[in-house]
Design a protein around this ligand. Structure first.
Ligand SMILES: [Zn+2]
Length: 272
């Protein structure tokens, strides 16, 4: 499932191509399960810019129209100078660059859990209020983490990190990795997270993001691909997730548990 590093990679790969003019839009016969607002039709408009907030992409079109693209389990965007013929391309924007060259943006999603909401800018702003602080931005601070934990004292920290209304951008592998780098057991309750721990969680998040964003995202068992169809190399930087031996101490067997229904990994030596 694409998490912040993967969505950031897609955004960074699309951004240099903009702005472009949308000349036509094509949908597959199953795209209606993905497009939540039937009036989504940017044909004739300029596709001006792209942003990311948490795990969602914001595609900005002229006159303040915004498409919010959530990638679900297996969604992604492709960019190509030729029409995209990859299987499971549910939406294709045919566009023209300022120099007249054609360019295509395709939303590809084999498992179809992704979704696209289409808004006027005010509606998009309102929709985005459901998200908490983006964990890659300055609004995400140790005080923020500490106060959120205090408000939800009975929750386990790793499962809590997955809640997008608190920590936008964190997904399952990131949450295990953040706890590992912070030296905190995944099932530690929020009430036992001190201010010092909150600082450690903040620093750990920065380490995880640095290692995964710089390597183009992280791919597990055939999931995420970037806009060129390549898999990210971020998996090389993981210290506990999907690992046999902890890569922080280099000698302890990583334990896998299920926490709130999600596979969770930790090192019993490095994490307390
Ligand atoms: Zn260890």
């Amino acid at each position: 499932m694409p998490e912040l590093p993967e969505v950031e990679t897609i955004k960074n790969q699309i951004a240099p191509h903009l702005p472009v003019k949308v000349t036509s839009v094509e949908y597959s016969d199953v795209s209606s399960s993905i497009i939540k607002d039937q009036e989504f039709n940017p044909k004739g408009r300029e596709f001006t810019s792209i942003e990311r907030r948490g795990k969602v992409l914001l595609l900005n079109f002229e006159k303040g129209l915004v498409a919010i693209s959530g990638l679900g389990m297996s969604g992604g965007w492709r960019v190509s100078p030729k029409k995209i013929s990859e299987k499971h391309t549910h939406i294709q924007l045919s566009c023209k660059k300022e120099n007249g060259d054609k360019i295509y943006f395709g939303y590809v999603d084999p498992r179809r859990f992704g979704n696209i909401h289409f808004f006027k800018s005010i509606g998009a702003k309102k929709w985005l209020t459901r998200l908490g602080a983006d964990v890659s931005k300055a609004e995400f601070t140790a005080d923020y983490i500490y106060s959120r934990c205090q408000k939800h004292p009975g929750k386990a920290i790793k499962a809590f990190l997955l809640e997008q209304n608190h920590f936008a951008g964190v997904g399952n592998y990131m949450a295990s990795e953040i706890c590992a780098h912070a030296g905190i057991l995944p099932d530690r309750l929020n009430k036992n997270i001190s201010q010092k721990d909150a600082q450690k969680l903040l620093e750990a998040t920065a380490i995880v993001l640095e290692g995964t964003v710089s390597s183009g995202g992280t791919t597990f068992s055939g999931g995420y691909k970037d806009t060129t169809g390549s898999q990210g190399e971020g998996v090389k930087n993981l210290v506990v997730f999907y690992q046999e031996v902890c890569r922080m101490c280099g000698r302890t067997k990583v334990l896998k548990t299920i926490l709130k229904g999600r596979g969770t990994y930790h090192c019993p030596r490095c994490q307390k």
